[in-house]
Design a protein around this ligand. Sequence first.
Ligand code: GRF
Length: 203
Amino acid sequence: LDLGVLVSGRGSNLQAILDAVAEGRLEARVRLVISNQEGAPALERAARAGVPTQVVSHRAFPDRESFDAALVAALREAGVSWVVLAGFMRLLTPTFLAAFPDRVVNIHPALSPAFPGVDAQQQALDHGVKLTGCTVHLVDAGTDTGPILAQAVAPVLDGDDRDTLAARLITLEHTLLVKTLGWISEGRLRLRPATRPGARVKA
Ligand code: GRF
């Protein structure tokens, strides 16, 4: 599995991938990490693992299409076959998605279709749900939508705030993302015919 990872910030999910690859738990190579934010800590993590990095700032482009075209060119150049969005805070255009059809994966800190968009943890607290979790899904043109590949559940506890809940979820995210990429690398991903917005992983 030749991965390209798109990031915007901290990069703990990227780190989980890098660690799993380094320890032989995930049959994959991270070919390129691209951040749209200069100085993102994720870039440091990639560099430490010897993975090539690029900063492609969305602000340097007049529109989403041209930004996405630059991303696609860089990923293709690096020999990437699957793209992982790991805390990448930009929406991708259909042009990008057409370049990697059904080969873009996102991790979202909620049980989709609940709480799409920013700060899903706070949304869960505000809504008063007792269970939340994280979702790994294929990316479509929506915000945190697309065929669901895997989910994991965590309780919302009395006294939780955004940070305690996010901390509980992030460890789940790391495990679920690596596990799902493992299934993909083993060729176990099967998409159902497009009658329902779901996918099945033959686990
Ligand atoms: C994670 O909570 C992820 O689910 C969301 O953004 C956050 C990124 O965290 N999409 P990190 O940069 O991987 O540490």
